[in-house]
Write a protein that binds this ligand. Structure first.
Ligand SMILES: [Zn+2]
Length: 246
């Protein structure tokens, strides 16, 4: 209860200091980073689909919706072509283009010890149905860690409000001074050494939309209506954070 009250107070404090929309003169650029590349596609889903394709889908959808609002018309996608772009270059692009917020889009996996195997379309593939849900990461080594956490709180709140649940399965592994679970209600983790977050000058988060190793969650994450719900939660969080309205 103490923890809950503390996080509520923390949220109110952060939410009580929104970024004024006046600061951005109608051009709040969001840098949307597509996690991974075609050649190094990240996790492989329970049905053998590369994480990169899931990430690209959400990134494009978010960008398409964002630029419909004049306030966010300057928003851009990082590495839309899926080239072998180093992680540090992604932050550099966002810095150079004057992004006000950086969001790296990912889909999650699990630890090898939690994997089982099943036969899917004639192939033996790894899966794990024990865990499901989204998670949000920020870094204290980012150019603006307090604002990064502030956005993470808003995004976690919007995900909850839209009916999504966080996964806490990384809490077991992420322990220590530089990484760990900081908000179990909203699914927010600190992970200081994440390169894309520590190389960005502006507030930044890495967002895991869900766990593609989970056979049931993979089906949802592949569903267009579900993808739109995730993107709408992201959009709503960006608008609240930037001082706009839902
Ligand atoms: Zn990833």
């Amino acid at each position: 209860m103490v923890y809950f009250l503390m996080m509520c107070c923390l949220s109110v404090w952060f939410l009580g200091t929104p970024i004024s929309s006046e600061c951005w003169a109608g051009d709040f650029k969001v840098a949307i980073d597509i996690g991974h590349t075609i050649n190094t596609p990240g996790a492989i889903s329970a049905r053998g689909v590369p994480e990169y394709l899931f990430n690209k889908n959400i990134a494009i959808l978010l960008h398409r919706k964002l630029i419909q609002d004049p306030q966010f018309k300057g928003s851009f996608i990082i590495n839309e072509t899926g080239d072998d772009l180093p992680l540090s270059a992604r932050g550099a692009i966002a810095n150079r283009q004057g992004a006000a917020l950086f969001i790296s889009i990912h889909h999650d996996s699990v630890e090898p010890k939690d994997l089982s195997y099943w036969l899917c379309q004639g192939k033996s593939l790894a899966h794990c149905d024990k865990f499901a849900g989204y998670s949000i990461y920020y870094s204290e080594e980012n150019g603006n860690p307090l604002r990064s956490l502030s956005f993470a709180v808003v995004l976690g709140s919007e995900m909850l409000r839209n009916g999504f649940c966080p996964t806490l399965h990384h809490a077991e592994k992420f322990t220590g001074a530089d990484k760990g679970l900081v908000d179990r209600i909203r699914g927010i983790y600190k992970y200081n050494k994440l390169v894309v977050l520590r190389t960005t000058d502006m507030p930044a988060v890495l967002f895991e939309c869900g766990i593609i190793k989970n056979r049931y969650e993979e089906l949802e994450l592949s569903n267009s209506a579900y993808q739109h719900r995730i993107v709408d939660a992201l959009l709503s969080a960006i608008k609240i954070y930037s001082g706009g309205t839902r």
